[in-house]
Every structure is written in structure tokens, then in C-alpha cells.
Design a binder for this molecule. Structure first.
Ligand code: ADP
Ligand code: DP6
Length: 326
């Protein structure tokens, strides 16, 4: 038996960040998070379930992932998929991104979402996007938000099994058509501390973590309202506060860490002075600058002047199937 399917899924940028888990095996987070799905950053993954294989293997842009990486990310998704299918059949995955693979952009979220989406189609499991978001979450937390387009909320849930920790679309991709993300790529090396171990260290050691969780709770409805009303000032303000609150926790962890570099701080200063945009950083120094379309060129010029490669992305749709055959 040999069954394959191919899907494309988008990356996402969190405006309310996920940083800290209450369950590491199931990737159950300590707080709700909220992201924007990015049209220009797409990963395409082909999954082939093959009875002749005796383990999973995954190639990302032609490079084979180590057994550890395979097992702890994509492999976790495939284990759940196999249980639902009722047969222990292994898979080969070939994944490619339409953006520089070494750019330090979160390709894993899109890759895990594409794999989950393609597996559901290949094996005819008939799961809806909400159920798929729960499976993708176990592979990598942020991947669950790539299961939807537009503005996406990941509910942290309360259950120990994770049944209520899933994503939902809050507003569609066309809700705020002139809002764009300008991504500056400064650094192309792999980060020293993965998000997974960084957040583990923060949960174990940061004394400010509780304070951040309170901040997230107190401001979550406000940021949703700002997006609903397309209230630029309030949305930009809260987006920057949320990025800073995560990076403050990271600095407060012990041993202390920082994913930001000198250029990240130059960007932060410039955006504050510019006054018509918001920065947000994931676990890396590359800025995502959210800005209205009419002001994009100024942001692009600034980032290029700092020596960055620039990608401009609109808000995009969720995953889609390229093909499926048995
Ligand atoms: P991030 O993309 O979140 O910044 P990494 O690039 O370090 O972080 O990816 C984390 C893990 O995600 C990798 O170790 C790998 O196992 C998995 N991964 C990365 N890209 C893909 C992909 N395209 N498909 C499936 N899994 C992937
Ligand atoms: C900084 O989803 O990569 O991008 O669940 O351990 O795989 P694991 O972590 P991951 O963490 C992403 C953290 C972040 C913030 C965010 O996307 O919300």
C-alpha cells in the first residue's frame, strides 16, 4: 500500500505570543494566543504513507531531519494520525518553503500544518479544521494557528487531555485588507536555543512570567476589539506591548537569554519614532513590522537601509490541498 497527498500551508505571526506550557508532551499552553496568517510565506509538504517503510523520514528543502527532530515534531503528528487510521504505516515527507529556508522564519509551523492537512486527506480521515488544529498543536504549538486563515485565536483550554485546546478563526483574511506585514531578514543562522527549550527554561525560572500571564488575560479582549474596529493605534500599541512582554520574560529567564540583537533594537526605536507601525518579534532577531499599505514603502526603505532582505506579506488563507492519490 502506498498513499500520498500534498498540501500547502501558511506561516503565521503571533501578535499575542505563546510562550510557556502546562503540558510539554501535548503542547498545552499557559495562555491564549492570537496570530495573523501570512499569505507570502508558504510551505508545501508531500506525505507518502508506505507499508514498505519501517520509520518516518522527513526532508525539509532537501535536507533530511535527524531522528530526534523527526520524532519530536512531525513524528508526534504522525503517531496520532496512525492511531486514528488504525494501522501502523510510516511516512516519508518532503517539504519545501517558498522563502529562504535558513532565514530564521517560522517554517516549522507551516510545515507541521501542511503535514497534518495532507495526512488527513491521504488517509481519508474526514477531520475538520478544528480537530486538525489539535493534532498540529501536538507537533508544534504554533502550528495549530496555521490551520486557519485571517486572524486566529488558539484557546489554551483547561483539560489535561487537550480536547479544548484548539484554534478558531476570529476574523477572515479580508477583514483588514490594507494591513500588511513587512518582514526584515537580518540573520540567517539557526537560533542557539529553540523555542521549545527557551520556553521551558522561562517556565522553570522567570519570576515575571505570572505577571505576563495576567497582562495577556487583561488585554486579550482589547486586542480583539482593536482588530474588529480596525483601530490602528490601539492594535499597534498592544502588538508591541505583547512582543516586549514575551522578550522581557526571555531576558528574565535563568540562564538569561535574548533572541533580539542590536538591529532589532534599532528597529524598535525607529518604529516608535515613525509612529505608524508596530513591530513584533518571535524567537529571533528578525522584525515583523505591521503597517498599513500606504506606509509600506517607508518601512521597506528603512529595513533595506539597515541591510535586511525584505518580504512583504498580506493576510492570507489557511491550508489547501494540492493533490491526493491512493
Ligand atoms: P522555527 O521554524 O519554529 O523557528 P525550527 O526551524 O528550529 O524552528 O524548527 C523546529 C523543528 O520543526 C525542527 O527541528 C523540525 O523538526 C521541525 N520542522 C521544521 N520545518 C519543518 C517542515 N517544513 N515540516 C515539518 N517539520 C518541520
Ligand atoms: C515565539 O510553536 O515553535 O513563535 O510548541 O515547542 O514546538 P513548540 O514551540 P513553537 O513556539 C513558538 C513561539 C513563538 C511565539 C508564537 O508563535 O506564539
Amino acid at each position: 500500500m502506498r498513499i500520498e497527498a500534498e498540501a500547502v500551508a501558511p506561516a503565521n505571526i503571533a501578535v499575542v505570543k505563546y510562550w510557556g506550557k502546562r503540558n510539554k508532551q501535548l503542547n498545552l499552553p499557559l495562555n491564549d494566543s492570537l496570530s495573523i496568517t501570512l499569505e507570502s510565506l508558504q510551505v508545501r509538504s508531500k506525505v507518502t504513507f508506505d507499508e514498505n517503510l519501517n520509520h518516518d523520514e522527513i526532508f525539509v528543502n532537501g535536507e533530511r531531519l535527524s531522528d530526534y527532530e523527526t520524532r519530536e515534531y512531525a513524528g508526534r503528528v504522525l503517531e496520532i494520525i496512525r492511531k486514528l487510521y488504525g494501522k501502523r504505516v510510516f511516512a516519508r515527507i518532503e517539504s519545501t518553503s517558498n522563502f529562504p529556508s535558513s532565514a530564521g522564519l517560522a517554517s516549522s509551523a507551516a510545515g507541521i500544518a501542511a503535514l497534518t492537512f495532507a495526512s488527513n486527506a491521504a488517509l481519508n480521515l474526514g477531520l475538520d479544521d478544528k480537530e486538525l488544529s489539535k493534532i498540529a498543536r501536538v507537533g508544534s504549538g504554533s502550528a495549530c494557528r496555521s490551520m486557519f486563515g485571517g486572524f486566529v485565536r488558539w484557546n489554551k483550554g483547561e483539560s489535561d487531555e487537550g480536547d479544548d485546546s484548539f484554534c478558531e478563526q476570529v476574523f477572515g483574511p479580508d477583514h483588514w485588507p490594507n494591513l500588511v506585514d513587512v518582514i526584515g531578514i537580518f540573520k540567517e543562522e539557526k537560533k542557539k536555543v529553540s523555542s521549545r527549550s527557551g520556553m521551558e527554561s522561562s517556565v522553570a525560572s522567570s519570576s515575571l512570567l505570572k505577571c505576563r500571564l495576567r497582562f495577556v488575560e487583561e488585554t486579550f479582549d482589547d486586542i480583539i476589539k482593536a482588530i474588529r474596529d480596525r483601530d490602528v493605534n490601539s492594535f499597534f500599541h498592544l502588538t508591541m506591548r505583547h512582543s516586549n512582554s514575551m522578550h522581557a520574560i526571555i531576558l528574565d529567564s535563568w540562564p538569561s537569554m535574548s533572541y533580539l540583537n542590536d538591529k532589532s533594537f534599532v528597529v524598535m526605536d525607529w518604529v516608535h519614532e515613525f509612529g505608524k507601525a508596530a513591530y513584533t518579534f518571535d524567537a529571533g532577531p528578525n522584525p515583523h513590522i505591521l503597517v498599513l499599505e500606504e506606509n509600506v514603502q517607508e518601512v521597506v526603505n528603512f529595513l533595506e537601509g539597515l541591510g535586511a532582505k525584505v518580504i512583504v506579506s498580506k493576510i492570507g488563507k489557511g491550508p489547501s490541498l494540492v493533490r491526493s492519490e491512493t
